[in-house]
Design a protein around this ligand. Structure first.
Ligand code: PMP
Length: 308
């Protein structure tokens, strides 16, 4: 199915993506005035279903983003969950997918408009990665500073926040790296342009705190819980730039990134220059848990699309 033929849920109706249009003068088009969530759905062939990973937590974060950016969703959380299932079923998806849920300020207005708010839910086909062939990325520390709670709060998942990541991403690519890592305003490690960061140092899995100008990532939370359950020591603390150069493993994580190994930072090779042992174990465990193949006693983490 081409992306244009794919059905999306747009303002209460299912329609081909090509027919879903927002006005050019809308605040979402002009100022990026929208909040969104990016979820993954994993196909589980044994259970013949697609499981949306931590759907409730994504919808709770969407509600928090609305509250902070000053808009009200015209849809309840249950209605949004129903819209997600409807659009995935309408496309007859029985495969791994990504889903984007966006609440946007529609109509004609400006950056201070608070209404009208509407929604689209767009599925995007996303084949499963081969965990045995996961290679790493070469990262650099960006000269761009991560946005901050005193100007554009990073814990809101707003479209406009991504312009900060865009600057860092373009700079990294122009300098011959794959991805940037941003520092916060105090010069400590924050996160990637669209993912959180973790490192292994002296046998401990370390990640910056939620006050380090990061998005409160659901994958980060999942991995901290999985590592703890594997009896791997974890610590949430401030990280210095040069600690990354000395780390034995570094990886980025997020719903889209899943676990992306970082094999060098500023051309300092990390560990063996290949995916590290804990990163590999966590990646396999994460995908098994997210696709409902392994149970961690968190039934609510895997929301079925078909057999509700
Ligand atoms: N930080 C940023 C800036 C992101 O865009 C994302 C992706 N949503 C993440 C972190 C990871 O968040 P999550 O694990 O909830 O997808």
């Amino acid at each position: 199915m081409s992306s244009q033929d794919r059905l999306i849920w747009f303002k209460g109706a299912l329609m081909p993506a090509a027919e879903a249009e927002v006005p050019v003068l809308s605040p979402t088009a002009q100022f990026g005035l929208n909040v969104f969530e990016g979820l993954r759905g994993y196909w589980n062939s044994a259970r013949q279903d697609v499981f949306l990973f931590r759907m409730d937590d994504h919808l709770a974060r969407l509600a928090a983003s609305c509250r902070l950016i000053g808009i009200q969703s015209p849809y309840t959380t249950d209605q949004i969950a129903k819209a997600m299932r409807e659009v995935l079923q309408a496309n007859t998806y029985r495969e791994d997918i990504a889903v984007r849920v966006t609440l946007f300020v529609d109509g004609e207005g400006t950056w201070s408009s608070i209404e009208p708010v509407d929604m689209f839910v767009a599925p995007i086909a996303k084949p499963r990665r081969d965990t045995a062939k996961t290679s790493g990325v070469r990262a650099c520390i960006s000269t761009w500073e991560r946005i901050d709670d005193r100007n554009i709060p990073p814990r809101i998942k707003a479209g406009a926040n991504y312009i900060n990541g865009r600057y860092a991403h373009l700079e990294a690519q122009a300098a011959g790296y794959d991805l940037p890592i941003l520092l916060d305003r105090s010069g400590k490690v924050s996160e990637g342009a669209g993912s959180c960061l973790m490192m292994v140092r002296d046998g401990v899995l370390v990640t910056p705190p939620v006050t380090a100008s990061i998005l409160e990532s659901i994958t980060r939370d999942t991995l901290l819980q999985l590592a703890a359950a594997m009896d791997f020591p974890i610590k949430t603390r401030v990280i210095d730039r040069t600690e990354l150069y000395l780390a034995s493993e570094v990886f980025l994580c997020g719903s889209a990134a899943e676990i992306t190994p970082v094999t060098s930072v500023d051309r300092y090779t990390i560990g063996s220059g290949k995916i590290g042992p804990l990163t590999q174990r966590l990646l396999e465990r994460y995908l098994a848990v997210a696709s409902g193949q392994e149970d961690v006693g968190e039934a609510a983490w895997c929301a079925p699309v078909w057999q509700v």
